[in-house]
Design a protein around this ligand. Structure first.
Ligand code: KIV
Length: 264
């Protein structure tokens, strides 16, 4: 199987082939996910919650993410590996370059940043300097304290319009991938159709180009609760590799996400 790159994901979008992504934080799971055919792995700052047991992603550092990127990259052969830039590690363009370089040196092939208009300069600068960018809009968990909780975004017209505009702007600035988290399915569909770059959804309905879930959620072992937009595939299959295969199959054939995993 050939290595998944940003070009592969562009091709998938053009061909209408739905692709799958999972978070991963260690070598053993990453290796199994890679072997079973997951297209994208994200070392998410969700590690603050599922690995470190924190209540949100705010305490995660660049060193934390870099450590887990090293663990994962040691075992990944085919999958595109994305590293999350944690809270306040990209507050200024200079800081962004430095910290993104650290994550790329640790083994990532792309970095992910949460935000829209305020990030455009950093997105251009990273891309021009050889660091591919995945943007992240909608429920951006690093802004949980601004949102006043983990709340669905883009339900009102003004916010929906802003998210659509920001999606177009991050693409124009050079982002090569976009994650949309917890927004109404019709808004995610509009954005996916409006953009040339591939869009990955989590709690964003079935019409995005790809789907991403947190690995602990698909294995039903999250410390607190399994979010409504996720699905426990281990309960359905009884084996970790079978769970991953079932997720990949259901994303590819459009069975996941179903209406029960979707927000309106
Ligand atoms: O940190 C993370 O795991 C993420 C995904 C939920 C998209 O950002």
């Amino acid at each position: 199987m050939s290595k998944v790159t940003t070009s592969t994901l562009f091709k998938f979008k053009q061909e209408g082939k739905k692709f799958s992504a999972l978070t991963a934080y260690d070598s053993s799971f990453a290796s199994a996910f890679d072997q079973e055919g997951i297209d994208v792995l994200l070392v998410g700052d969700s590690l603050g919650m599922v690995i470190q047991g924190k209540k949100d992603t705010i305490p995660v550092s660049v060193e934390d993410v870099a450590y887990h990127v090293q663990c994962v990259s040691n075992s990944v052969e085919r999958t595109l590996l994305i590293a999350d830039m944690p809270f306040m590690s990209y507050a200024t363009p200079e800081q962004t370059m430095e910290n993104a370089a650290t994550l790329m040196r640790a083994g990532a092939s792309m970095v992910k940043l949460e935000g829209g208009h305020w990030l455009l300069e950093s997105i251009s600068m990273l891309t021009e300097r050889g660091i591919p960018v995945c943007a992240h809009l909608g429920l951006t968990p690093q802004s949980v304290n601004v949102f006043g909780g983990f709340k669905i975004q883009g339900r009102d017209e003004e916010n929906a319009k802003r998210i659509l505009e920001e999606a177009k702007a991050v693409e124009k600035a050079g982002a090569q991938l976009l994650v949309l988290e917890c927004i109404p399915a019709n808004l995610a569909k509009t954005i996916t159709e409006a953009l040339t770059i591939p869009v990955i959804g989590i709690g964003a309905g079935k019409d995005t180009d790809g789907q991403i879930l947190v690995m602990h959620d698909i294995l039903g072992i999250s410390s607190s609760y399994i979010p409504r937009f996720s699905k426990n595939y281990l309960a359905q299959t009884g084996e970790v590799r079978e769970a991953v295969k079932a997720f990949i199959t259901e994303v590819a054939d459009g069975t996941f996400p179903a209406d029960e995993h979707t927000f309106n």
